[in-house]
Design a protein around this ligand. Structure first.
Ligand SMILES: Nc1ncnc2c1ncn2[C@@H]1O[C@H](COP(=O)(O)OP(=O)(O)OP(=O)(O)O)[C@@H](O)[C@H]1O
Ligand SMILES: [Mg+2]
Length: 281
């Protein structure tokens, strides 16, 4: 039963989207999947149709178990079934309040790993969504992981993020003795240029090119190609997901894209990625 953690300390790179949609396709192939939402924003929770804060207990209680004065909650008792297949250990904003307590605990980096061991037999895969910060929940996710998937945007600072990731992974190696080797990079909305090029922009870009000036699309394509080349060099596998309005739409409906638009451009990529991840042990 592999534990797969989606990670990047930068916000909005597609961690939750990848986690939800890969879980959806894993579920479609008959695998029993658990998503653990380790982000106080609780987007994976909402993305599976569960209103944050409405479950009797959630990942906050799991992290706080073992701290004096707090109730003992096992991971399995915080897990919900969802309408679309994957099981979910939800999060809520409360989770942000757990972090200061964790620093005082000697076993703070391995709390999630220990909790996951108690449910391991029930699942074919456990997917962990982490927040955009370098705090305790990202560290717990990485320490628990058998595989790490890094998500990237295509913004001008994307490549700077790789350097910070290297530092984070090597720090974790130093603290815990565990070597974190990311198995895959997913570049989110990476094909936006090709998908979203309006006819007017094509004309303007064409004219610019005639004048020897790089067009907007050319600049974006070059940046995308640079990012993909860097990803291919840094990670064993690198995929790009096209811009696809069905991605936020599925999240709004609280279901994975596999359940509402499995033939859409982003869904097709997530399905392909899931074929690879489905083989991970
Ligand atoms: N392929 C796509 N096409 C269109 N929109 C997308 C695509 N992938 C992600 N998005 C949108 O981009 C936004 C950011 O994605 P997401 O929430 O998955 O990032 P994140 O890394 O989890 O963010 P955070 O760091 O805040 O947790 C979301 O609104 C999501 O719906
Ligand atoms: Mg997220």
């Amino acid at each position: 039963m592999p534990v797969i953690t989606f990670a990047h300390h930068k916000g909005g790179t597609g961690k939750t989207t990848a986690c939800l949609n890969i879980a959806g396709f894993l579920n479609k192939t008959g695998k029993k999947v658990l998503i653990i939402d380790c982000d106080p924003q609780a987007n994976a929770t909402s993305g599976l149709g569960v209103k944050p804060g409405t479950a009797g207990c959630d990942i906050y209680d799991v992290f706080m178990s073992g701290t004096e004065g707090f109730k003992q909650i096992s991971l399995s008792s915080a897990v919900l079934t969802t309408d679309t297949g994957p099981d979910l250990c939800p999060a809520s904003l409360d989770l942000a309040g757990a972090e200061p307590y964790l620093y005082g605990r000697e076993d703070h980096v391995s709390l999630l790993k220990t909790a996951i061991k108690t449910v391991a037999k029930k699942y074919d895969a456990v997917l962990v969504d982490t927040p955009p910060s370098m705090g305790q929940f990202l560290i717990n996710g990485l320490v628990a992981a058998d595989h790490t998937v890094v998500t990237m945007d295509t913004g001008p600072f994307a490549l700077q993020g790789i350097e910070s990731l290297r530092t984070i992974f090597s720090d974790i190696g130093e603290y815990t003795g565990k070597t974190v080797v990311p198995g895959m990079a997913i570049v989110t909305r990476g094909k936006i240029v090709h998908e979203e090029m309006s006819p007017a922009r094509e004309v303007v870009d064409g004219l610019k090119r005639l004048l020897g000036i790089p067009g907007t699309a050319d600049l974006e394509r070059t940046r995308f190609e640079e990012i993909m080349a860097a990803m291919q060099q840094e990670f064993p596998l690198a995929y790009a997901i096209p811009y696809d309005p069905m991605v936020p739409e599925a999240q709004k409906r609280g279901i994975p894209i596999s359940e509402c638009a499995e033939d859409s451009p982003a869904a097709k990529e997530y399905a392909e990625i899931t074929n690879v991840i489905g083989g991970w042990r």
